[in-house]
Ligand binder design. Sequence first.
Ligand SMILES: N[C@@H](CCC(=O)N[C@@H](CS)C(=O)NCC(=O)O)C(=O)O
Length: 223
Amino acid sequence: MITVHHLNNSRSQRVLWLLEELGVDYQVKRYERDPATMLAPPSLRAVHPLGKSPVITDGDLTLAESGAIVEHLAGRYGGGRLVPLAGTPDRLRYTYWMHYAEGSAMPPLLLKLVIDRIETAPMPFFVRPVARAIAGRARSSFIEPQIKLHLDFVEGELGKSSWLAGSEFTAADIQMSFPLEAAAARAGLDGTRPRTMAYLDRLHARPAYRRALDKGGPYELLR
Ligand SMILES: N[C@@H](CCC(=O)N[C@@H](CS)C(=O)NCC(=O)O)C(=O)O
């Protein structure tokens, strides 16, 4: 039996979605973020030393890192579904987006989250203007231009095909959902990028996506 160690409002929502798409039996073990720090509870470290979600156990195997989990599950249980044929151009696009999601799209979004938090954290009043100035500079000189660059890139790519790896929906679309949902929640992705918004709507309309929300509980990305 597969167990998904699922943290609320997190990347592990994608793993539940993939399993629903594949129609594989699994169980969900839920963990709640600390409301103050937003970190995962220490109990998740008993499953994997990094204590981050997602982590799955699948028989004797314990596997972390969402891209690795998605590739493992699609490869082992997909029977060829949701993964383009090996050796085709679409397969290479699939591999690209599978890595791009966490390797390139997430870092500037995460930086923005951290910088936004630093600015609003409790601090002595005389430090706040300095913190605001540093945060503002980091946002305007690096974070916001980088986020714009990435969102424009995705918007352009979605002009080439309806799904990111070609004409078929694949597990790479599942992997890419999280950075785009995070960007829509807290980094300015909106109707000015109509192809990306329509793509998100198509993802969210999939019955397996809706079923995964029922399994995972409330899913509201951090703002
Ligand atoms: N690149 C990793 C990132 C894992 C990660 O940072 N997960 C977040 C949830 S979205 C987490 O566990 N945060 C809580 C913590 O760091 O304590 C992946 O894709 O699995």
